[in-house]
Write a protein that binds this ligand. Structure first.
Ligand SMILES: O=C(O)[C@H]1NCC[C@@H]1O
Length: 342
């Protein structure tokens, strides 16, 4: 066997969404903050993302996570999330996968029935409670960084659609939130391709028409994703709604999207539609569930914000060693528009 750059990866999915975790073969990037480390990794190691995420080693539906030593003195680990088009400050599904792999692979010690893991992310410190039993994580709950609304009830012009009312909110990434009913969409599995096509157009229009900058970190700017929000129903006494987030370059998040959930909770709270302590169930296009609530109010700089709590679960899918044959014509992979929409 001849392979360069051998990297060990543990595969996992959180409520259906793939989140692979590097457990060997990559050194942590330099940087004085986790955000700087993320930026340095994205700038200096595009080969890593390209090799692991692009065909023929990866696929459009995967994200890869790097565990690093933390910088924050209270944190247990650091986490950098690599998605196909962006390295993102925070991701709920990737956090759930990363903590599950870190505990189940013994990278950090597991305590039963509950292990608290503080994760240093480029978006800030996130506290995680892992319910652990017989060497497995059976539930992961995280308290996200402050989430807040950036634009409310704004009208944008979208090519092929016309005027559309949207909201913009931050939950670790910046989301353009659209009522699915306004576009006649039900968020059924059969709509996945249509959602991607419309969602990418909405994101591009909103990113230009609604400038959005994080009040505490100007390097977090520009709308990343479109979130289609379904109607809210009360099911067994709990406000419940489906959503579908379009992850660039064009696929649907398979899970209910942790950062999108936090953004939506902040919006519902700002509208007076969800109180602190009130439960909310967010469903994905696959009908997998994140149980959530707003646990407190805070501020992001001068902006009123919420602390949201999100619970879900991840399952391991395998262990792989990736590498590059020195004669491989595609050492950094490739993207084709049949699956890599756009
Ligand atoms: O759970 C989340 O926050 C995300 N899932 C995939 C896209 C987002 O990073």
């Amino acid at each position: 066997m001849q392979l360069d750059r051998v990297i060990t990866v543990v595969g996992a999915h959180a409520e259906g969404e793939v989140g692979r975790v590097i457990t060997g073969g990559v050194l942590p990037p330099r940087g004085a903050t986790m955000f700087e480390r993320m930026t340095n990794l994205e700038r200096d190691s595009s080969w890593l993302r390209n090799m692991l995420l692009f065909d023929p080693r990866g696929s459009v539906n995967a994200a890869v996570n790097l565990i690093t030593p933390p910088i924050h003195p209270d944190a247990d680990i650091g986490m950098i999330v690599m998605e196909s088009d962006y390295f993102v400050p925070m991701s709920g599904s990737n956090l759930i996968c990363t903590v599950t792999v870190a505990l189940e692979a013994g990278i950090i010690p597991m305590k039963e029935p509950r292990t608290i893991v503080r994760v240093d992310t480029p978006a800030g410190l996130v506290e995680v409670i892992a319910e652990c039993q017989a060497g497995k994580c059976r539930g992961i709950t995280f308290r996200n960084i402050p989430s807040f609304v950036m634009h409310r009830d704004s009208m944008i012009e979208v090519p092929g659609i016309g005027s559309l009312r949207v909201d913009v909110a931050y939950g670790g990434m910046i989301y353009c939130i659209v009522n699915s009913e306004d576009l006649g969409l039900t968020l059924a599995r059969s709509e996945a391709r249509q959602l991607v096509e419309i969602g990418e157009r909405i994101k591009a229009a909103a990113a230009v028409q609604l400038p959005s900058v994080h009040p505490e970190n100007p390097l977090i700017h520009t709308i990343n994703q479109t979130e289609f929000a379904g109607p809210i129903e009360i099911i067994k006494g709990v406000k419940t709604s489906k959503n579908a987030v379009v992850v660039s370059p064009g696929r649907i998040d398979r899970c209910p999207c942790g950062t999108g959930t936090s953004a939506r909770l902040a919006l519902l709270h700002a509208r007076g539609e969800l109180a602190v302590g009130e439960r909310f169930r967010h469903l994905s296009i696959l009908d997998t569930v994140f149980d959530c609530e707003i646990v407190g109010e805070t501020k992001a700089g001068p902006v009123p914000a919420t602390i949201t709590q999100v619970s879900g679960r991840a399952w391991l899918t395998g262990v792989s060693h990736y590498g590059v044959d020195p004669e491989d014509p595609f050492p950094e992979g490739y993207r084709l528009s049949d699956t890599w929409f756009a």
